[in-house]
Ligand binder design. Structure first.
Ligand SMILES: Cc1cc2nc3c(=O)[nH]c(=O)nc-3n(C[C@H](O)[C@H](O)[C@H](O)COP(=O)(O)OP(=O)(O)OC[C@H]3O[C@@H](n4cnc5c(N)ncnc54)[C@H](O)[C@@H]3O)c2cc1C
Length: 407
């Protein structure tokens, strides 16, 4: 049986390797001049290739359709990922939050090991070969690509999502799937920066705010996320805002309320005690001086725009109601949500091929026999931590193993 795989990202490479492992004749076509172009930029060039945890914990970090992934994770878990790379001479290290990286911190080692695994098993990889048109001819798939025409028994679409299109992931898989009768769930940015309506002072650009809390809610739902944020050109960025973006990307923009708790370790009572101590110590200083003790100096002018206090007033002259206003603004610093940045700048694409139309135990289309999907092109996405690459590797592996079992 001849199998053609479109896309040499982690999903396509994994599908190719596992399918070839059992003696399948596998051709992998990639539009770029090399494999895994997106992989090179993952984890800031270090590639957080998986998360060293059990399948239940991986599932907890999946945002869209977690249950759909049970079979693929059982067929190829993060332990299998670690074993694969270690047996392919890539030493790995596990860091904070169980994030696994190559010890060299070179994402290229990950791509190299995936490509070498495929070549060892006899996969034919053809670069600069873009799939343009696919049709069914007498039960076989005819794929017209830039250079060649292929006629194959099994077809795997592993073309990735829509984000960072310069890496080659331009959404072709959605078009192919649609032509075969599949529905595409709305494509929205996942793990992206959050746009704010406010004009953020340029001095705050790229400044890291450690240990704050984002509080986000709409009419029916509320979520709090604790960690680090960064303001960047009128967006809210940084680890916890990426998480929040994936939780709000399908919610109505107009209903989303965002605020920051700048001192989450102190409840209002403890914060009041702290302020009273600072005030009694600095009674003759002004409020600006007091604020300097509790927040970065460059943040104060913007803070005061949202907290109507006279910063020249002496601390000792502050009224109880002014102190309460100060506490409220520190604990509920309001931000005005203006949607997410363009999907091209998102780390992942949320949405994709409807999982209801894919057999979760095989990754085969329920509409067209012998048509398979793997990776980000499917409507699955997860939080940061190595989970998205693991999903690509697991769904790819399940495809490869399934095709084998059908011979
Ligand atoms: C900046 C950034 C950092 C990231 N960091 C991490 C991280 O550290 N850990 C993590 O788990 N995830 C990370 N991700 C997400 C992760 O990279 C993706 O989820 C993962 O690469 C998806 O794998 P895939 O194989 O499904 O798709 P892709 O990696 O997008 O691969 C798809 C391939 O298909 C090819 N292709 C597309 N159309 C065609 C066509 N018509 N013909 C031929 N070839 C085609 C593309 O050129 C591409 O090579 C990051 C993403 C970005 C953008």
């Amino acid at each position: 049986m001849k199998t053609l795989i479109i896309g040499a990202g982690p999903a396509g490479l994994s599908a190719a390797y596992h399918s070839a492992c059992e003696g399948n004749e596998v051709i992998l076509i990639e539009r770029n001049e090399k494999a895994g172009r997106k992989l090179y930029i993952t984890g800031k060039g270090r590639c957080n290739v998986t998360n060293n945890c059990n399948n239940e914990d991986i599932i907890k970090n999946v945002i869209s359709n977690p249950k759909f992934l049970y079979s693929s994770l059982s067929s190829f878990s993060s332990k299998d990922t670690i074993e694969y790379f270690e047996t392919h001479n890539v030493k790995l290290v596990t860091e904070r939050g169980n994030r696994v990286f190559p010890a060299s911190y070179h994402a290229s080692d990950i791509t190299k090991a995936l490509v070498e695994g495929c070549l060892e098993k006899g996969v034919k990889i053809i670069y600069r070969e873009k799939a343009n048109k696919i049709t069914l001819v007498n039960g076989l798939f005819e794929v017209i690509a830039s250079e060649n025409r292929y006629l194959v028994d099994n077809l795997v679409i592993a073309t990735g999502g829509l984000s960072y299109p310069t890496t080659g992931s331009t959404g072709d898989g959605y078009k192919f799937a649609k032509e075969f009768g599949h529905t595409i769930c709305e494509l929205v940015p996942g793990l992206s920066a959050i746009k704010l309506k406010e004009n953020i002072p340029y001095k705050l650009n790229k400044m890291l705010f450690k240990n704050v809390k984002i509080i986000v809610n709409d009419e029916k739902w509320k979520h709090e996320e604790f960690g680090d944020i960064m303001f960047d050109s009128n967006t809210l960025d940084g680890p916890i805002s990426l998480t929040v973006s994936s939780l709000i990307n399908r919610r109505k923009k107009e209903n989303i309320h965002l605020e920051l708790d700048l001192k989450p370790a102190l409840d209002e009572e403890k914060l009041d005690d702290r302020l009273l101590r600072e005030i009694s110590k600095n009674a003759s200083h002004n409020i600006f001086y007091l604020l300097k003790q509790i927040m970065p100096i460059d943040f104060i002018p913007w803070f005061l725009e949202k907290c109507p206090l006279d910063s020249y007033k002496k601390c000792g002259d502050m009224s109880v109601s002014e102190r309460k206003t100060l506490i409220r603004t520190i604990k509920h610093f309001p931000l005005t949500y203006d949607g997410l940045v363009d999907i091209k700048r998102a780390i992942v694409t949320s949405g994709g091929i409807n999982v209801k139309e894919i057999n979760a135990k095989t990754m085969e289309s329920k509409i067209v026999p012998n048509l398979y999907f793997a990776g980000e092109v499917i409507d699955v996405d997860a939080l940061t931590g190595g989970f998205n690459i693991q999903i690509a590797l697991s769904t790819g592996a399940l495809v490869g193993k399934t095709i084998k079992s059908k011979i």
